[in-house]
Design a protein around this ligand. Structure first.
Ligand code: FES
Length: 159
């Protein structure tokens, strides 16, 4: 089975799980985004056909919600909170240290697809400021000196 076959099979399974109309759009996009860690263009075209939704509408939805990404995200998606509480407690320095540690800038994904970094506004856990989220896991009261240990054991040799 080729990668393309696997891709098509996964996509078919996701789409078939829901009613075949536009009411399923968000749920299908959520599942596709979760499965592939982003929304591949080929998937969006297939979804448009199968759910009979204009591709332009799908892109409008995909770019409106921050949970969706049109670019591949890393296996570990790093989100640094830049809300007011986190900002005051040093989030910009935390971000700088993470960028340095992972060798990529905010908004980028590492070439080996292990990491991606983005900033978010308040995620509603201000008492833990400054806060970093690795995939769905929250790490609060992060100190710049703790950044290395945050990624210890997760990094590959190339990083
Ligand atoms: S400002 Fe970062 S969690 Fe609220």
């Amino acid at each position: 089975m080729t990668d393309q076959d696997k891709f098509n099979g996964t996509l078919d399974r996701i789409i078939a799980h829901y009613p075949q109309d536009q009411t399923s759009l968000i749920m299908v996009l959520q599942d596709v985004n979760k499965e592939f860690r982003y929304l591949p263009e080929a998937a969006l075209k297939t979804i448009a056909q199968r759910l009979d939704v204009p591709l332009s509408k799908i892109y409008a939805v995909a770019t409106f919600y921050k949970i969706f990404s049109l670019k591949p995200r890393g296996e570990t998606h790093v989100r640094v909170c830049m809300g007011t509480a986190c900002h005051i407690k040093g989030a910009p320095i935390i971000l700088e240290n993470i960028e340095h540690e992972l060798g990529i800038k905010c908004g980028q994904t590492s070439q080996d697809l292990k990491y991606s970094i983005e900033t978010v506004n308040c995620v509603g856990a201000c008492s833990l400021a400054p806060l970093v989220v690795l995939n769905q896991k929250y790490y609060g009261n992060i100190k710049p000196t703790k950044i290395k240990s945050l990624f210890k054991g997760k990094k590959t040799d190339e990083n």
